[in-house]
Design a protein around this ligand. Structure first.
Ligand SMILES: Cc1cc2nc3c(=O)[nH]c(=O)nc-3n(C[C@H](O)[C@H](O)[C@H](O)COP(=O)(O)OP(=O)(O)OC[C@H]3O[C@@H](n4cnc5c(N)ncnc54)[C@H](O)[C@@H]3O)c2cc1C
Length: 427
């Protein structure tokens, strides 16, 4: 029997539903052979044991909304689709409302999870986006929306996680029975791991009561004129002053977001205040913001809130919070039509470039902005880009943590079968 036939037979013998992959299942252009639809953690473990025995490369998939992020895998035999996963109890989520804690199966879409919790006036304090990913995908990509400023990211709200490792071992955070992963904080490791360490099957989160009320205060700042000109410097300085004032404000904003669709025009800043007396606190924010432009209060978020500024060519910039202003200057100085959006007070910004940017311009932009950010103590990651554009570019950029990350990968996946090559340094 040929190797793939044997492997398929062994996969089928697990009793898990397996189907042939179609071109739509490709991950970053790499087609898998098969797609598996396990229904619980035990079935994922059985699939992983077969994959280890037959040297199959495995990629986990949630909603597929960010499957193009990261490097394409070096090889891909089996997609493990988490859509049908259930908890041991047979449900998709378990909620202890009295303890403000809930457990969810990894494949549960976050918006469905939050609508279940909302019946108890509780929520997982992440932001709803237009295309909600799953619990597992949100952890694996470590993406967070505007409210990271107040509540932190999914990783900060995570209190427990269950994963299946490359050899089929089931490991749960807090438990130290698994010899090869004893001592590791699984939650921290698996957040942002892009499927390279194992498959997340369950996660337990700390919840918050849904705030009694919400208001957004939005202000358009004056145009920056020519990038690099004295007026542009003044515009950035005004933005800096406003953000510093808001971040320290007694109105305690939950989010301070920047929208800058055209760096030769003016930026927009929008602030979310939540909870009791949101109205009065929004009024206090409006008064401060009014000194910088015409501020308005709304009960709905701006249309751009919690969405990426583009999909096709998307970069993430991170710097220490005090360095948001020079980071924006670094982007503006390149003179490309960039659209910037993100959590300006936390200095995590997303930059979208037009889909028709040429390879030379793109690589010049990535290299030079990355150099500037490194001097500021930050970095740049290429989240999404067409394959032609990223040829020859390191999507992740240099990282001092690489030797440590390589050691962790070696511990968890010595055979390099979990999403091989997707992460920084070809991990
Ligand atoms: C600017 C921005 C802000 C956002 N803010 C929020 C927010 O605040 N709240 C929110 O709900 N969403 C937010 N999102 C969207 C959300 O983060 C993504 O949709 C989600 O991370 C992707 O989930 P998915 O199920 O589609 O994952 P997929 O696209 O299927 O997979 C993404 C990656 O995760 C890996 N992966 C998927 N599932 C698993 C698993 N179970 N185990 C291991 N690896 C896995 C995949 O292999 C792949 O590498 C935001 C998105 C953006 C761009």
């Amino acid at each position: 029997m040929k190797a793939p036939v044997k492997a398929l037979k062994a996969l089928r013998e697990t009793g898990v539903t397996i189907r042939e992959a179609t071109p739509d299942d490709a991950v970053g252009g790499v087609p898998p052979r098969w797609v598996a639809l396990p229904e619980d953690t035990g079935e994922v473990a059985a699939l992983m044991r077969v994959s280890a025995a037959h040297d199959l490369a495995v990629v986990p998939v949630g909603d597929g909304t960010k499957l193009g992020w990261g490097n394409p895998p070096e090889r891909c035999d089996l997609l493990i689709d988490t859509c049908c996963l259930l908890l041991g109890s047979g449900s998709v989520a378990e909620h202890s409302s009295g303890d403000l804690v809930a457990r969810a199966a990894a494949g549960l879409p976050l918006d469905v999870f939050n609508s279940m919790l909302s019946q108890f006036r509780q929520e997982l304090a992440l932001d709803s986006t237009l295309r909600a990913g799953t619990v597992g995908g949100t952890l694996a990509t470590a993406v967070a929306g505007p409210r990271r400023f107040r509540y932190g990211t999914a990783r900060d709200l995570l209190i427990g996680i269950t994963v299946v490792l490359a050899d089929g071992t089931i490991a749960t955070s807090g438990g130290n029975v698994v010899k090869n992963v004893a001592g590791y904080d699984l939650g921290k490791l698996f957040t942002g791991s892009y499927g390279t360490l194992g498959v997340i099957t369950e996660a337990t989160f700390r919840l918050h009561p849904i705030p009694a009320d919400r208001r957004w205060v939005t202000v358009d700042l004056p145009a920056a004129a020519e990038p690099g000109s004295p007026t542009a410097q003044a515009a950035l300085a005004a933005l800096d002053a406003l953000v510093a004032e808001l971040a320290a404000s007694q109105a305690e904003p939950s989010a301070i977001e920047l929208e800058w669709p055209d760096l030769t025009g003016g930026p927009t800043v929008s602030v979310l205040v939540e909870g009791v007396a949101a109205d009065a606190r929004a009024e206090a924010v409006r008064k401060s913001a009014d000194e910088y432009g015409n501020a308005r209060i709304t009960t709905e978020a701006p249309a751009w809130w919690a969405t990426p500024p583009g999909e096709e060519v998307l970069l993430e910039l991170r710097v220490p919070p005090s360095a948001a202003h020079p980071a924006l200057r670094a982007v503006a100085a390149r003179g490309l039509p960039a659209r910037v959006r993100g959590s300006v007070a936390s200095a995590v910004l997303l930059v979208a470039l037009p889909g028709d940017v040429c390879e030379v311009e793109f690589s010049g932009f990535v290299t030079s902005v990355r150099d500037d950010l490194r001097r500021l103590g930050g970095g740049l990651t290429v989240l999404a880009a067409p394959p032609d554009l990223v040829r020859g570019i390191d999507r992740w950029g240099p990282s001092g943590a690489l030797p440590l990350m390589r050691r962790v990968k070696e511990r968890f996946d010595p055979g390099r079968r979990m999403s091989p090559g997707r992460f920084a340094g070809g991990i």
